[in-house]
Design a protein around this ligand. Structure first.
Ligand SMILES: [Zn+2]
Length: 337
């Protein structure tokens, strides 16, 4: 049984479940919001947030001191409006969650940011059936099909080893929460020594506390890399740092560094120049076009609402028979917003 009213609606750019009043990744301060993960574009100072214990922990590290209702994955939780919710792993970063809601208006799955490919540092995504799917389509164009993960990792390790063998400093760049820890886990598994930037370390420590294997990590000290006291390459290993380090004055002082950025935007022509790095590798914590299609096949929704992505994503999904719509027609972002 379900009612005729819409299961969710938009209010001032935020998604809200109609029956319960629960906001989904509300951008402005709300009475009660689900927070899918701890990237800053999904955090706001709500009166109360619902999140996984890991997301709550990371949000507190980021100084978002909301009051949290901490829900483990698969825990059934009743809220207002005869609605029950449960969180499922989204595979985006550690603790990231999708929200499944059973409401008087039907069932809904909201993905937040997600990816289906398994990694070393986040739980594997586990979507489930729902009448309505709300999903991100950041890489929702057929042009965005990432190469197999193993070949991207192979390329990363080759670039790093080649740099070290030629006495050049490899600097691997990735977003400080999530991507950096995935890169460290990959390097650790390959037996390569890692030095990490302090902005990365604060999140790596939380990952290690939660049981993710990141191996031994040295903390970045500029005097280890430049000047009379600099350490030999085998002691420094690879430096893992946030993307903005590519333009730092510290890096400019390094002796012939090799900079490698890990980002889904590697699929865009000219990305190497845009980010000012030597190499860009398509290692993403978002789903590519095929994974978005695969998600729809698993969820089997009657309708798919697309958020966060190019307007054309809806057309491409409809072309292959997926009942897609823009989540908010007037606000759907273009690729370059
Ligand atoms: Zn994110």
């Amino acid at each position: 049984m379900s009612t005729d009213r819409p299961i969710f609606h938009f209010d001032a750019g935020d998604l809200q479940l109609t029956a319960s009043g629960l906001w989904l990744d509300g951008h402005r301060s709300r009475a009660l919001s689900f927070v899918s993960h701890a990237h800053t574009d999904h955090l706001a100072r709500h009166e109360r947030s619902i999140a996984t214990p890991m997301t709550a922990r990371l949000a507190v590290l980021r100084k978002y001191a909301d009051r949290f209702t901490r829900l483990n994955f698969d825990q059934d939780h009743p809220i207002e409006g005869s609605t029950r919710i449960r969180l499922l792993p989204a595979g985006h970063i550690l603790g990231s969650a999708m929200l499944h809601a059973t409401t008087p208006d039907g069932t809904l799955l909201y993905t937040g940011d997600f990816k289906l490919r398994p990694g070393l540092s986040a739980e594997r995504a586990r979507p489930c059936r729902a009448d309505v799917l709300i999903t991100e389509t950041t890489f929702g164009l057929p042009a965005y099909r990432f190469p197999p993960r193993d070949s991207v990792i192979g390329e990363l390790l080759e670039l790093v080893r080649l740099a070290l063998a030629s006495n050049r400093q490899p600097v691997v760049l990735g977003y400080s929460l999530g991507k950096a820890q995935e890169l460290i886990a990959i390097l650790h598994q390959a037996g390569i020594r890692v030095t990490e930037h302090p902005h990365v370390k604060v999140f790596s420590d939380a990952y290690v506390e939660a049981g993710v294997a990141l191996g031994e990590r040295r903390l970045y000290d500029p005097s280890d890399f430049v000047g009379p006291l600099k350490k030999p390459f085998d002691e420094r290993g690879v430096l893992v740092a946030p993307p903005q380090f590519a333009r730092s004055k510290h890096l400019a002082e390094f002796d012939s560094p090799v900079t490698i950025l890990a980002s889904g935007w590697a699929m865009m022509p000219g990305s190497r120049f845009r980010y000012g790095v030597d190499h860009v590798l398509p290692l993403s914590d978002h789903a590519d076009f095929d994974e978005i299609v695969e998600l729809c096949e698993v969820v089997k929704p009657k309708v798919v609402f697309c958020t966060h992505g190019p307007r054309e994503a809806v057309d491409h999904l409809r072309k292959i028979g997926i009942p897609a719509k823009p989540a908010e027609p007037d606000r759907q972002m273009s690729l370059f917003d």
